[in-house]
Design a protein around this ligand. Sequence first.
Ligand SMILES: [Zn+2]
Length: 487
Amino acid sequence: MKSNLENPAAGLTELQAMVGREGPSFEGPDPVNTAMIRHWCAAIGDRNPAYTQPRHDARTQWQGVIAPPAMLQAWVMPGFGVPPADNDPIAQFHKRSAELGYSSIVATNCEQEYLRPLRLGDRVSVRKRIEAVSDEKRTALGAGIFLTSRFTFTDGDGHEVARMLHRVLKFKPGQPGASAAVPGDAPTALRPRPNLTHDNAFYFEAARERRLLIQRCTGCARLRHPPTAACAHCGALGWDTVQSRGLGTLFSYTVIDAPVVPPFKPGHVVGLVELEEGVRVVAELVDVARDEVAIGMPLEVAFLQCDPQLVLPVFRPRADLPVVMIGSERAIAFPGAGVQALPRTVTPDDVRVGARLARLEVPMTRSYIVASAMATRDYQDVHHDPDLARARGSQDVFLNILTTNGLVGRQVTDAFGPNAQLRKLAIKLGATAYPGDTLVIDGQVIEKQAAPSGGVDVKVRIRGTVSRGEHVSGQVWLRLPAAGETA
Ligand SMILES: [Zn+2]
């Protein structure tokens, strides 16, 4: 060896041996308090009265101020100029991985689960644990390893109040990985031919005429699908067909990533669609992103010309249904300025799968980026010092993750109102938000189900973009109390 570089495999083994390392409980410097909450709400732009108005009891279910759930980490940030403790396992990992060449860091995922609202006076402590260390991966940024850490938050009595999983990429800057081998699109590959029989040929012939036909028993008039020779109900062999209106809802689905079989692309979605007429049809779903697919979503048939010989029925989201908005008036009234009015309370009946949340647009001024970093108690220089940010390879200061978390939380409570209880937030981070840009966050309800305690549990998909691309995507779980429980 002509250099004194350490054996990379041994270094990685050493880092992976840190999995399971756990630090002591660290108590945040200040109890949950109105000053920090007010500062955070002002910086983030969150006007939810549940966080700031001591006398809002008549309008919310909280009976006293609660801390913004997405503010969670702010309570245990050490503060300005305080170095990480020697026994902090995450700090140990960062130090050692930097020595091994993985000197740059970018956060990729954050998942927070809120077990109960935090209230004034709560003393929040955190315990950090190294949960997983990946093998070295080639990424667009360079060769790197993913570190997953688990944070457990407890109150003054030692009861768990929240959990967080955090994932970062530690990478060697300036060594962009060769793009991973992706199987070619193989444009000449044709879809597999259907295995035609006397009983099922009608289905594919009708598809060529852009009609969706269903087999009907001439003995008992029951519809059946997939086609069969005899009726399972009455045993009759005679059948004819009826034309379906092509409208239905998604009963179940699967997303196929592997194996990659051309001409299919990874991530194509296959649904089990329950037609209005009562039978279920397996077909590809089109015009819908995989994370927008939701059981129960209204669908309509379309016909896909796969190649000159083959036409297949496929399904897409129904275009004729009006888009249901939650908080739409506010978004329309104040385009570009975010939600201005006080949020109202949304009742469970207002919520429909597929409903879109009022768009949140946040101009990324330099002041906003700096003020929100301070309000989340994140004093990393890349969020407030442009020269130091550039020295670290960034084009300018940029929005910190704690603020992204806060904005995702705000997007949801702006739309659903002060009684919405944020229960979990899971985000994936992408394009950096720099000064001069605008962060635009959209949301859509993808699941709704009865909550054990009354009310409903709602799952929302969110996506926030800046001019460089997708800044954040993910899901938020919230609970709405039963209509009667809110004033
Ligand atoms: Zn029959």
